[in-house]
Design a protein around this ligand. Structure first.
Ligand code: F6R
Length: 259
C-alpha cells in the first residue's frame, strides 16, 4: 500500500483528480469505480475543471458507483444518483449510458445486484476504484463484520453511519437504513484502488486500516491484501498512524522513475 500524506483536504482531492486524469489520458475507455459523500466533492470539482479547461475527455469512460440508498430514486436530492448528476455527470462529456449507479428503487434487489456485478464484468472490470472510508472503517457501505469476500448486496447501516450521513438530509427527513453496496470482494477485484480520507474524524479508521490486523471489524483493512492501493490522506486523517514519518520519507525519497 502506498501512503501519501498531504497538508490539506484540498491537496488530497487535487492529487486524486490528477491520478484519475492520468488514467483517463492513458486509457480513454477506462472503467472507474466512484464514491460519493463529503470527501470527494472537491475531487469531482477539479475533474470538471480539467474537463472544461484542459480538454479532459470522459466520452469513452465507464463508471460504476459504489452504493445507493434503498428507497431513493435518481430525482431524490439525497440519493447518490442525484449527487453524481449534480457534482459530476452533468458537467462532463460522459454519455449517460456509460454511467451506473445502483438502483435504489429496484423491485428485486438480489436480482439487481447480480446484474450490477455482471455489468462490471462485461465492462472488463474496474481499472481504478476510488473509495472513501467511514469512521467505523467501512468502504462502500460494507459496515463492520461485513464478509471480506462479500459481493454487491443490500446492507443495513450502523447507527454511527446513519448519524454521520444526517448532515446531507433535511432535519425532518429520515436517513434510509438500507443501502445497496458493492461488496468487499467486488472492490478487491478492481485492478487498482485509491482511497481518500480527510479530517481528524477518520484518523482512527485510517490507522486501523493500514496498521491494524486484517479484520471484518474494519472492512477497509481487507485492502492490505490488495496488490495496488494508494491511500491519500490529509495530515489530520494521518494523525494516528504510528509510522507517519516513515510514509512521509518514502514519498519524499521516491526514485524519479516511480513518480
Ligand atoms: C459513499 C461511500 C462511503 C463514504 C464514507 C465516507 O459512496 O462509499 O464509504 O465514502 O462513508 O463518507 P464522507 O466522505 O462523507 O466522510
Amino acid at each position: 500500500m502506498e501512503i501519501i500524506i498531504q497538508p490539506s483536504s484540498q491537496e488530497v482531492c487535487s492529487l486524486a483528480a490528477r491520478i484519475v486524469a492520468k488514467l483517463v489520458r492513458e486509457k480513454p475507455a477506462a472503467v472507474i469505480g466512484l464514491p460519493t459523500g463529503g470527501t470527494p466533492r472537491p475531487m469531482y470539482a477539479e475533474l470538471v475543471r480539467m474537463h472544461q479547461t484542459e480538454q479532459l475527455d470522459f466520452s469513452r469512460v465507464t463508471t460504476f458507483n459504489l452504493d445507493e440508498y434503498v428507497g431513493l430514486g435518481p430525482d431524490h436530492p439525497c440519493s447518490y444518483h442525484y449527487y453524481m448528476t449534480e457534482n459530476f455527470f452533468n458537467h462532463v462529456n460522459i454519455p449517460e449510458k456509460q454511467t451506473h449507479v445502483p438502483d435504489g428503487l429496484a423491485e428485486d434487489v438480489p436480482d439487481f445486484c447480480r446484474h450490477y456485478e455482471s455489468a462490471i464484468r462485461e465492462a472488463g472490470g474496474i481499472d481504478l476504484q476510488i473509495l472513501g472510508i467511514g469512521e467505523d472503517g467501512h468502504i462502500g457501505f460494507n459496515e463492520p463484520t461485513s464478509s471480506l469476500a462479500s459481493r454487491t448486496r443490500i446492507k443495513t447501516l450502523t447507527q454511527k453511519t446513519v448519524d454521520a450521513n444526517k448532515r446531507f438530509f433535511k432535519s425532518d427527513e429520515i436517513v434510509p437504513r438500507h443501502v445497496i453496496t458493492l461488496g468487499v470482494g467486488t472492490i478487491m477485484e478492481a485492478k487498482r484502488c485509491l482511497l481518500i480520507a480527510c479530517g481528524q474524524g477518520k484518523a482512527v479508521a485510517v490507522a486501523a486500516m493500514v496498521e491494524g490486523p486484517v479484520t471484518a471489524m474494519t472492512p477497509a483493512s481487507a485492502l492490505q491484501f490488495h496488490p495496488s492501493v494508494v491511500l491519500l490522506v490529509d495530515e489530520a486523517a494521518a494523525g494516528r498512524l504510528a509510522l507517519g514519518d516513515y510514509y512521509r520519507s518514502v514519498y519524499r525519497n521516491k526514485p524519479d522513475w516511480q513518480r
